[in-house]
Structure formats: C-alpha cells, structure tokens
Design a protein around this ligand. Structure first.
Ligand SMILES: [Zn+2]
Length: 58
C-alpha cells in the first residue's frame, strides 16, 4: 500500500485550510420583477418570482 513519503508540515496544512475555508461574499443578482437582491438561480424571497413569472404567491 502506498504511504506518503513525508509528513505534511503544519504550515502546509494551515495554508491549505485557510485557502479552502476562506469566507467570500455571496453573489447577489437583482430580481427582474421587483429589483430586490436575490440569490442567482433561486426564487426571489421578496416577490416569489423566478424567470419572469410568479412561482410562489405572496
Ligand atoms: Zn423579486
């Protein structure tokens, strides 16, 4: 069975974790119906519209 040749250094582990766990601001798009900010590819939380039609009655 293959075994890692070297122990992963603390700095390498921490550097990888900090890069992968980085917090980034969520991407927001403007709702085509009401102009509120909404998550892309999601029904608008304010008016319930998606792709130009009402999906959830508000
Ligand atoms: Zn909307």
């Amino acid at each position: 069975m293959a075994v890692p040749k070297r122990k992963t250094a603390k700095s390498a582990t921490r550097s990888r974790r900090s890069a992968n766990m980085k917090m980034t601001a969520k991407t927001l798009v403007k709702c085509s119906n009401c102009g509120e900010f909404a998550l892309p590819h999601h029904v608008c939380a304010e008016c319930g519209h998606y792709k130009g039609r009402e999906v959830i009655a508000k």
